[in-house]
Design a protein around this ligand. Sequence first.
Ligand SMILES: Nc1nc2c(c(=O)[nH]1)N[C@H]1C(S)=C(S)[C@@H](COP(=O)(O)O)O[C@H]1N2
Ligand SMILES: [Mo]
Length: 241
Amino acid sequence: MNPEPSEAEGRPVGRRVFLGTLALGALGVAAAPTLQRGLEGVLGAASGKDPTGLTGLLPNGGGFRYYSVAASVPHKDATDYRLTVDGLVDHPTSYTLPELRALPQTRLVRDVQCVTGWRVPGTPFEGVRLSRLLDAAGVRSTAKAVRFTCFDGTYTESLTLAQARRADVLVALRMQDKDIGHDHGGPVRLYVAPMYFYKSAKWLSGITVTDAVEPGYWEERGYDVDAWVGRSNGRGDVPTS
Ligand SMILES: Nc1nc2c(c(=O)[nH]1)N[C@H]1C(S)=C(S)[C@@H](COP(=O)(O)O)O[C@H]1N2
Ligand SMILES: [Mo]
């Protein structure tokens, strides 16, 4: 294994990753791609019961790896999904999925880079610019940052207001030209194109405008708060946006 940081453990690579490697070997995951795709269904189901994050090491469709820091995540769809925008705003708002779909959509195609090393080239994401939702809510002049919460009940992220207003930051409804499926954080995830993929919070349920950046889940565990690809986390990756 490369001595990469691990989302199962934080840095450095630890015992769980070592055990995970053994487990992968036992499962024969290094076999043909078709076999790996067959295993994903099985292992994807297993990952819902794995609070260690060990299954985060498993290969996933199209070069992506599945990550969840929560042991299980409820499924949400057009009937019960809600996205709230609140905090230091004049008009707190709650959007349904059809309401988000009815807003102007922006499509971006960029590489995705995880801080553990894997990169997926040219991935389309589509959704509503975060800046549009912030403008609609009326951000107050004292505001400095945005905090994101997720309906997995655990993961959090944040951006400065200036970062959040970038044109390449989306509240994404589609990924790889499909509605975002549950495993990739559907029906709605954040997509922060210029930053490491840990910024792109899956299962997005809340956007709260605040007066200071609060470090997110992985940032409390050592990752950089300003997560520019190639200019953070001690890595020299080619920028993604
Ligand atoms: N809610 C939530 N969002 C999350 C994570 C997570 O564990 N929970 N992991 C992050 C990390 S580290 C990465 S690399 C990507 C993985 O996205 P994927 O599972 O669609 O490949 O989601 C990010 N967003
Ligand atoms: Mo990641």
